[in-house]
Design a protein around this ligand. Sequence first.
Ligand SMILES: [Zn+2]
Length: 179
Amino acid sequence: MPGPIPDYTLTRKRMKNVRMTVAHGSGEVRVSAPLRMPQRDIDAWVRSKASWIAARQAEAVVLPAPLAPGPEADALRRALRPILTALLDEWVPRMGVPHPTWQMRIMRTRWGSCNKVKRSVTFSVELGRKDYHLVEYVVVHELAHLIEPNHGAGFYAVMDRYLPGWQEHRAELNGRQVD
Ligand SMILES: [Zn+2]
């Protein structure tokens, strides 16, 4: 017995085969079909892909839409740069670490990363969308790596000392790691 037809938006195109995408973030199903393909055939085709669609939609909700280079990324960089500058100026002396070189990058899976040997810290451009206290948490986390490179007991002791309650911030930034 055929199941229900998943919701989808249809675009007719001059093409040979039907195609489908599931949008990042929204999970919206977009189908492109040949101009003369009967509606019932498209429905049947989409229905036959229902379990694939459900799996992609589950992923789409978990994974935020990837940020592409362009005006949005540039605006986020502009917003984030002075915040990071101020936070580093505040936290570097407070934690007694050497001032690192730092940059912002589009990062797919992480909010930040640190290379202790190079004293270099990288922040995700998408932190520009986050509340101040979450950016602060990532800054403190990366600076803590200038003291303790690995996520061991020593590292978490540094976090507890400088930013008690940091676990709540980590939970709020769910989905991606702070490396
Ligand atoms: Zn880390």
